[in-house]
Design a protein around this ligand. Structure first.
Ligand SMILES: Nc1ncnc2c1ncn2[C@@H]1O[C@H](COP(=O)(O)OP(=O)(O)OP(=O)(O)O)[C@@H](O)[C@H]1O
Ligand SMILES: [Mg+2]
Length: 348
């Protein structure tokens, strides 16, 4: 029997989603769009022309329309801020982003048998948040339509499993370095650096040790905010400006301009360590002793920023960092493995 298994990693910065099953060679068709879902104020009619040129879809939740998709930041009003707090996970925007992912994954049928999603370590400790996400994502969803003249499409999700995001990273990264069997019997530290958070999970095999897991808001955005505040403190919550600095940090050829002036990114790069070092120190206090840590896995879109600091914190250990181009998809890949396992598409 043919099953359909999918996964979505809804981060503070980007929504990552699978578009198919893992291939025999381990490739996963997947993509991402920003986790911004600006509300539309009076120009809901995508069909009417206002938003036609942008790659966004309108998602309606409780009578309100949200623009979701690769160009949602462009569609956002001038004064707009990203959600970087606990309310994100129970917000209508969170559900709108999930439905946007269902649209962009181009589902071949009307039923998804297995969907795996994740929550940060912190929110995963709250059963009410897990139950809320599971309730919201299960059952039938009306998919967004680019044009009101297109017929309404529904998709049913039979089973939703919520896992800690770092479990996805552990599954994917341990497979990637050929250590999947070994990690079952060893002590593993999995570190996920995203847009909003730095998360870590110490686990015996795949079983987390709660007292040695944690999360700080030490993701890429804290760096971007620090940089921008030294240029113009009034811009630290401006997602458009944060996006510019993020691009500038990733790509030395990208010219960052503020108020028409080009910003030299070089001094920021050298000052980054101090900001990130505080978050590493918090993680090291939570992990406690390091002598029993056998494997270290590092992933998430912000992983390259922390690599040298983590290496210094664990001098005699190899840090298994995901390749920069795929690092942000590590959680998703692990979720997809788990999603397909549930459907018995791959041997358990
Ligand atoms: N192709 C890319 N497009 C956008 N960002 C990228 C890309 N490649 C790497 N990045 C980096 O990845 C970061 C986002 O990482 P990631 O997607 O893991 O965060 P997230 O999962 O949304 O956040 P969190 O885990 O805190 O909820 C960006 O801020 C950017 O620095
Ligand atoms: Mg993430």
């Amino acid at each position: 029997m043919e099953f359909l298994a999918r996964a979505v990693d809804l981060g503070y910065g980007y929504v990552k989603y699978s578009k198919g099953h893992l291939s025999a060679s381990g490739d996963l068709p997947c993509d991402a769009f920003p986790s911004t879902a600006p509300q539309s104020y009076g120009h809901n009619d995508v069909d009417g022309g206002v938003m036609r040129g942008l790659d966004v879809v309108p998602v309606e939740i409780d009578g309100q329309t949200y623009h979701v998709g690769p160009q949602s930041l462009v569609a956002a009003p001038g004064l707009f801020s990203r959600m970087l707090d606990d309310s994100y996970f129970t917000s209508p925007q969170y559900l709108a982003l999930f439905r946007g992912a269902l649209h962009y994954m181009g589902l071949p049928g009307r039923q998804v048998d297995s969907m795996v999603v994740g929550l940060p370590v912190k929110q995963y400790r709250d059963p009410a948040v897990i139950a809320h996400v599971q309730r919201q994502f299960s059952g039938t969803h009306v998919l967004p339509r680019r044009s009101m003249s297109l017929p309404e499409r529904h998709v049913g999700i039979t089973s939703v499993r919520v896992v800690p995001q770092t479990v996805g990273a552990l599954v994917a990264q341990s497979q990637a370095v050929g250590a999947a069997d070994r990690v079952q019997h060893e002590t593993n530290l999995t570190i996920d650096v995203g847009y909003g958070t730095l998360q870590w999970m110490l686990s015996q095999g795949t079983t987390a040790v709660p007292a040695r897991c944690g999360c700080t808001m030490g993701g890429v955005s804290v760096l971007l905010q620090t940089m921008i505040s030294s240029v113009d403190p009034s811009l630290t919550a401006d997602p458009h400006m944060l996006d510019r600095f993020d691009k500038g940090l990733m790509d030395p050829a990208f010219v960052v301009k503020v108020d028409g002036k080009c910003i030299d990114m070089a001094p920021f790069r050298s000052r980054m360590r101090a900001v990130l070092g505080e978050h590493v120190a918090t993680m090291m206090r939570s992990v406690g002793r390091t002598s029993d840590v056998d494997n270290i896995f590092l992933c998430g879109g912000g992983a390259p920023r922390y690599l040298s600091l983590i290496q210094e914190a664990f001098p005699n250990r190899a840090v298994h960092a995901a390749a920069p181009a795929v690092s942000r998809f590590a959680n998703l890949r692990g979720f997809q493995v788990l999603s397909e396992l549930r459907c018995r598409l791959v041997p358990a």
